[in-house]
Design a protein around this ligand. Structure first.
Ligand code: COA
Length: 375
């Protein structure tokens, strides 16, 4: 029996209500730098310490293309005495923060697919950071939605969405699942060190959702067929976060900066761009699709220059804006949600038969490529 074709029939996006532009973020960072330098004045005067340097909006835009980001809480981040979001701890019988974001995006995706939650057989919550070890956020979401089947969480950092799509596709092809929901609730502001000049501007929060269905049960008027998926991992410490349950027993400082996101940005850029361009080109070639017949690349949204370079290497020419849409200017890096936000906001205009590629990449290193065709 040939496995069923798998279609992406719906997508959803939850955007948090608060936006922080670069000027506001930089003003708070610089206020903290001035206060910190004043606190350390004696050591600076004695030549024992370098004064901290200011950040600048011009640098951020030039180096990354990011203009603004959405966050769950802006006040705590912008307070120079706090510089991290302030979120309420919730009781066990209240919906979790990630479940709440996931619900909003999932309901939108289900509506756009014309699918009832009860008809979902598999819920995957896939993201870089999970608010607790267990019970799985996905199981909480399954119950909150009234979905059937089973649910689990997974984490492949920024590549979580494409790895989850691959899981969902295989589950549907295997025949045990007819409809799957893949959800990416990213609270990146909680793992970002807002006191690190090199990276304080990088991330934002968002949640995306996709409905995937077997062709045999799908009824949506418009959909994308998943033509193929390909995943890749290669170990690297260039993006790392050492927060984990062993911190308590290794007696390490839970507030040390390595318990937050740390990266060597330049190295990531140099290592990841060629790896991703090759992955996409090889994957297309294995599917006998020429790069020139690809209408759109929905790439992971970390850095504008990275996306331009990868698109150039894949397409063989400078991409038009509509060939590789950029959403990081407004959203910043939303980890696994980024490429799905790009897809969600920029797919309506594609003609039937048009090929597109959803591709994410990040810590691990990891990269995932999903080739789709408009129906
Ligand atoms: N404001 C002003 N200047 C800053 C600054 C800031 N916020 N942060 C760094 N600089 C300075 C540096 O001190 C350095 O100065 P120097 O040349 O005098 O030493 C200069 O700007 C360049 O710094 P660098 O870190 O080399 O910048 P970059 O061009 O590599 O851009 C990133 C930094 C992070 C935007 C970029 O490397 C990047 O996006 N990399 C890929 C990241 C990625 O994809 N990560 C995946 C995460 S999932």
């Amino acid at each position: 029996m040939t496995p069923a074709k798998v279609l992406i029939t719906g997508s959803g996006l939850y955007t948090p209500p608060n936006a922080i532009d670069n000027d506001a973020l930089v003003a708070s960072y610089n206020a903290w730098v001035d206060a910190e330098n004043a606190r350390q004045q004696a050591a600076i005067d004695a030549g024992e310490r370098e004064p901290l340097a200011h950040s600048s909006s011009e640098f951020i835009v030039k180096a990354s293309g990011i203009q603004s980001r959405y966050v769950l809480d802006a006040e705590g981040i912008l307070n120079p005495e706090r510089m991290r979001p302030q979120l309420d701890e919730r009781a066990n019988d209240a919906p979790g923060i990630q479940c709440e974001m996931a619900l909003a995006a999932a309901r939108q995706a289900l509506d756009s697919a014309g699918v009832a939650a009860a008809d979902i057989d598999l819920v995957i919550v896939a993201c870089s950071n999970l608010e607790r070890a267990y019970p799985a956020v996905a199981v909480e979401l399954q119950q909150a939605l009234g979905a059937g089947g089973y649910a689990f969480d997974m984490n492949v950092a920024c590549s979580s969405a494409t790895f989850a799509i691959d899981n969902a596709v295989n589950a549907i092809r295997g025949g045990g699942v007819r409809r799957a929901l893949v959800v990416n609730p990213e609270v990146c502001s909680a793992h970002l060190n807002f006191r690190d000049r090199d990276s304080h501007f990088i991330f934002g929060d968002a949640c995306t959702a996709l409905v995937l269905e077997s062709e045999e049960v799908a009824t949506a008027a418009s959909s994308f067929e998943v033509v193929g998926t390909r995943l890749l991992t290669r170990f690297s410490n260039a993006i790392r976060n050492n927060a984990g349950f062993l911190n308590r027993v290794t007696d390490s400082d839970p507030l040390a900066v390595d318990k937050l996101f740390v990266q060597e940005g330049r190295r990531v850029f140099k290592d990841v761009c060629p790896m991703v361009a090759e992955l996409i080109r090889d994957h297309l070639s294995s599917l006998q699709i020429t790069p020139s017949s690809v209408s759109r690349l929905w790439l992971h949204q970390a850095n504008r220059h990275m996306n331009d370079l990868i698109a150039r290497r894949v397409l063989g020419h400078e991409p038009e804006l509509d060939q590789a849409p950029i959403i990081l200017d407004r959203y910043a890096n939303t980890s696994s949600a980024g490429s799905v936000i790009a897809f969600h906001l920029h797919h309506q205009d594609l003609e039937p038969g048009a090929f597109g590629v959803v591709c994410s990449f990040g810590a691990g290193y990891s990269a995932g490529c999903v080739v789709i065709r408009r129906r």
